[in-house]
Write a protein that binds this ligand. Structure first.
Ligand code: A5P
Length: 227
């Protein structure tokens, strides 16, 4: 069986997500390769929107494409956030994000959004979150001790970039935490929140309103049911 063309699938999901953008909206601009495809498709329509970027990289790209940008401070409520994800749990639409390292701003923007629409190809859809690294953004000061605490919380953590650490847009570090199947994501999130030095983690729980999943030959739209 031929490998599906992942780029084409990302493009199909992005094209569907971009249809939800209307003139006049404040739009959260996610980060990552799928979000970049969506941004390029959006720019083709010359929309009258204000984009709130979730990373310096997406801000640069948006500017180059002529999309007007604003800050979350000027626009504390975002009408629609569009973003990719590393994993989507089918039943709950909970997500793991942050492989690109932009999770903190992505989560702040998603939380400020009336709706979050996520675009993925079908390889990201799982029955249960986990089995991939969960990115955790941590304060640089005392990072070894924070990694130690993560391990005591049951998460084998490694510093992204190792000897040449990856530094986030906020000047922080990323600990990638190995996970097995995550039985209770809320409990894990709560456990992580007790660790001093942990700024934010890649679990996006209850934030996605809709997930657009591109599968070879079709695009599926999954909506979160009120819980
Ligand atoms: C960026 O930090 C991430 O949260 C991305 O949204 C996520 O990694 C998905 O990226 P791709 O669209 O490149 O797979």
């Amino acid at each position: 069986v031929a490998e599906p063309d992942r780029e084409a699938l990302k493009r199909a999901a992005a094209a569907r997500a971009v249809e939800e953008v209307r003139d006049g909206m404040v739009v959260g601009l996610g980060s990552g390769s799928t979000a970049e495809i969506a941004l390029a498709l959006l720019a083709e329509r010359k929309p009258k929107i204000i984009g709130v970027p979730t990373s310096e990289r997406i801000a640069r790209l948006a500017r180059a494409l002529g999309i007007a940008l604003g800050s979350l401070d000027d626009h504390p409520i975002v009408d629609l956030a569009i973003d990719g994800a590393d994993q989507v749990e089918r039943g709950t639409l909970d997500l793991i994000k942050g492989l690109g390292g932009a999770l903190l701003r992505e989560k702040i923007v998603a939380s400020a959004a009336r709706r979050m629409v996520v675009m993925v190809d079908d390889s990201k859809l799982v029955d249960r979150l986990g089995g991939i690294a969960l990115p955790v953004e941590i304060v640089p000061w005392g990072w070894r001790s924070t990694l130690e605490r993560l391990e005591r919380a049951g998460l084998y953590a490694s510093l992204r970039g190792g000897a040449r650490p990856f530094v986030t847009d906020g000047g922080n570090l990323i600990a990638d935490c190995a996970t097995g199947p995550i039985d209770d994501a809320s409990a894990l999130d709560a456990r992580l929140r007790t660790i001093p030095g942990m700024i934010e983690n890649g679990l996006f729980l209850g934030l996605a309103s809709r997930v657009i999943v591109a599968t070879p030959g079709r695009v599926e739209v999954l909506d979160r049911c009120a819980r």
